[in-house]
Design a protein around this ligand. Structure first.
Ligand code: PDD
Length: 276
C-alpha cells in the first residue's frame, strides 16, 4: 500500500494535507531525497542522509531532527506500508507560513511517501537506452538536491518527446549528467564521469559505481568529457536510484560502440545487484 507521512502523522499518500501557504509548494523552498528499499532495507541510507543534511545546510534550512530520527520515521513508514520493495520519497521544506520571500520563523515541514517501485523493463535493459543531448540550463548549485527542478523537467520532457529515455546535459561544451541521473562513458576499458563539482548532483548510485569499479580493478576517472568523446566511446551508461545502472546505446540517433550494452556496463550492473 502507498503510505505517507507529514509532520509527525502517518497518512494516506493521496490525502490533501498541505495548506496553500507552504514554502515547498509556493517557492520550491526545500530539499529532497529518493531512496530505494530492497527486501525491506533502504539502500545506502547513510549516504542519502548525509546528502540530505548537506543540501539542507547549503540552503540554510534547519531540519530540526537528527539522522536517527529520520531513519526511525522511514523504518516505521516502510513497516506500516507492508512493502518490502518500495521507493521512499522525502522532502523537507522551510515550512508553513504566509507567502514572503524572507525566511519565516517556523519549523521545517517534513513529508514522505512510500510506494512500490517499478523496475526498468528487461527489454530496455537488454537493448540499452536512447538519450538526447540538450543544453544544461540549470543554476550553479546542482549538487544541492533542491526541489527546484524546472530545467530538469523541461529537458526530460523534450527528450521523451523524441523517444529518448533521458536528457543528457551539456554545459560549456562538456557533459555534466542526465536530467535525473549521472552519466558515464567507457573508453578502452576505462570509465569516465564528470567530476563531483557544483555542476552535478553527487549521486548515491554514482558512489556505488565508483566502489564497484574499484573492487573490480576497473579504472574510473572523474574527468570531464565532451559530446564528441561520448560519440566515440565504446560504452555509455546512466546511474540513479530508479534506473540503477542502465546501458545507453544510442545518442541523438547515433549508436554508441557496437550499439549493444557493453561488457563493462553489464559487469558493473551484475555487481550492483549483489549489493542490494
Ligand atoms: N534523481 N543527477 C540528478 C540531476 C538527479 O536528479 C539524480 C537522482 C541523480 C542520481 O542520484 P542518485 O543515484 O542518488 O539517485 C543524478 C532522483 C532519483 C529523482 O529526482 O527522483
Amino acid at each position: 500500500m502507498a503510505m505517507g507521512y507529514l509532520n509527525g502523522k502517518f497518512i494516506n499518500s493521496s490525502d490533501p494535507v498541505l495548506p496553500i501557504d507552504e514554502r515547498g509548494h509556493q517557492f520550491g523552498d526545500g530539499v529532497y531525497e529518493f531512496i530505494r528499499v530492497y527486501n525491506g532495507r533502504p539502500f545506502m541510507m547513510h549516504q542519502h542522509m548525509e546528502r540530505l543534511f548537506k543540501s539542507s545546510e547549503a540552503i540554510r534550512l534547519n531540519i530540526g531532527k537528527t539522522v536517527k530520527d529520520i531513519i526511525a520515521i522511514v523504518e516505521d513508514l516502510i513497516e506500516r506500508s507492508g512493502q518490502a520493495n518500495c521507493d521512499v520519497y522525502m522532502q523537507v521544506t522551510r515550512g508553513i507560513a504566509p507567502r514572503d520571500h524572507l525566511f519565516p520563523n517556523v519549523e521545517a515541514s517534513i513529508s514522505m511517501t512510500v510506494k512500490p517501485f517499478k523496475l526498468i523493463s528487461d527489454d530496455i535493459r537488454k537493448v540499452g537506452a536512447t538519450v538526447k543531448l540538450l543544453p544544461d540550463e540549470r543554476w550553479q548549485n546542482c549538487w544541492i538536491k533542491s526541489l527546484n527542478l524546472l530545467p530538469n523537467i523541461l529537458a526530460k520532457q523534450a527528450a521523451f518527446e523524441v523517444g529518448a529515455l533521458e536528457a543528457v546535459l551539456v554545459r560549456d561544451g562538456f557533459i555534466t549528467e542526465g536530467s535525473s541521473s549521472n552519466f558515464f562513458i567507457v573508453k578502452n576499458g576505462e570509465i569516465l564521469t564528470a567530476p563531483a563539482t557544483n555542476h552535478i548532483l553527487h549521486g548515491i548510485t554514482r558512489i556505488a559505481v565508483k566502489e564497484i569499479a574499484m573492487e573490480l580493478g576497473i579504472t574510473l576517472k572523474e574527468q570531464a568529457f565532451t559530446p564528441d568523446e561520448l560519440l566515440a566511446a565504446d560504452e555509455a551508461f546512466l546511474s540513479s536510484t530508479g534506473l540503477e545502472i542502465l546501458p545507453v546505446t544510442e545518442v541523438d540517433e547515433q549508436k554508441i560502440g557496437n550499439g549493444c550494452p557493453g561488457t563493462v556496463t553489464v559487469t558493473l550492473y551484475e555487481e550492483f545487484l549483489k549489493r542490494i
